[in-house]
Structure formats: C-alpha cells, structure tokens
Write a protein of this length. Sequence first.
Length: 263
Amino acid sequence: MIVNEFKTEKELYDVYPKKFHWYLKDIFNDYWYDFLNFAEKKKLTIRPVVKRDVSRMMKCKTKTLGASVFKCPNCGEEKFVYHTCKSRFCNSCGIKYSKQRSLSIESKLLDCTHRHLVFTISDFLWPLFLDDRNRFHFMFQAVSKTLLSWYHEQYKHLHLTPGFILTLHTFGRDDKWNVHIHCLLSERVLGNNIEKKMDFIPFDMLRKRFQKILLDLLEKDIRKNTFRPIKNKVYSLSQNGFYVRAIKNEFPDSKKAISYVLR
C-alpha cells in the first residue's frame, strides 16, 4: 500500500480502517517470515530466543494465546480479554515489564543521592561478546570488583560497602552492537554501624582498574596464548584505560535514572 495514493487521511481510513494506526506487530506480520527466508539463504544466525520472542509478540492479544471471559452477574454481558505475550520485546508488554522493574529497584535504593556511571569497553572487544554471550557476566564481575576493591582500600578497618545496581546494555544510541554497563551507585556507604557520605571517585582508578580486571577475566576464559595479542592491542589503543562516564548530579531524581537505565 502506498499512502501517497490517498489525498486525505479519511480516504486512507475508509479503505484500510484497521491499518490507519500502524503497530510494530503489523510490520513483523508483513515481513518477518520473508526475513527468515532471506536469513536462511544468506546463512545468517538468528538465535532461538529471538525467534521465540518475536513469535510471542506477533501473537500478543490474539486468539492464539487464548482469552479470559468476564461475565456480569447482573446483566449477563460478557467481555473477552485476550491474553498478552509477556515478552520484553513486545512494545506493549515490554513497557509494563520495565515499569514493574523500575518500581522494584526503586524500593531497594538507599535514601540518598545516586551517581550514574557508564562503564564502556574498547570496540575491539565487542566481537568477543557477540561470539559468546556467556561472557556478559565478566562485565558485571569487572565493575563489581572495581568498585568494591576501591572502597575497601580506602577504609579497610570500617568495611565500608556502597550500594549499586548494574544493568547491561548491548546497544548504543545508534542501536548498533555496543556492550557496556550502566551503574547506579549510592553516594552513601555503610560500614561497622556507621554511615558515611562518599561523593568522590577518582576517574583514573575507574578507567584503569576496570580495564585490567576485565581483560584478566577474558584472558582466563579464552586462554593466554590466544588472547594475549588481543590484550596487547587493547592496551595500546586504550592507554588511559576504558572510558568511564560518571557525571555528578546527572540525574538528581533517582526515578529518572532508573527509567533511563532500564529503558
């Protein structure tokens, strides 16, 4: 259908009343199976989880997933409510899931200001995570060890521990493959029956320590002989460590920070 054939929106609506408002589901219903055939011919790898979530999304709120029937005990009127797919990929169910996650995380935050940090890595390493997604947990380990080890070094006798929440993103603003970690870090730390404000973190420490810890984890996983050339290349490209963004007071309201991180 070419929209330009119609002079007014009314003409379009008269001919295609159900297609006046387009949804993500409509696009996939029209092109998804053609895309799968194309991917098979080009020998492209489509992960099973992708096929599963897309299939669920396309069936969302349709007879395929069934429905619940509600009947008024007085007048006898019945209403059918089609079941949803519960997929995070769905632009309807995904929004609901995100809101529920936001409320859950918000209830766990300390009552204080939180710093939003972004831990990025060299794009030279991106293919390693694309080849084996089990390596994602190395990102979480590296960030956790970076933060906890520094706080421990500052006040060993107090055993100060910060509160932080980590979220992995595999895409950037341009929607291209870009592995990085978003972190919400409390600016108050708790220790041996004390509470202390900590709103300063040295950037050089974050950059270099995170880089070293992550590269050591990858080297142990991939094996030294194979990974050592890659490791040397990354060190030569990122001599000051990986870029870590930690702007102070970027999100004065923690709710906005949570919404951004979980988008």
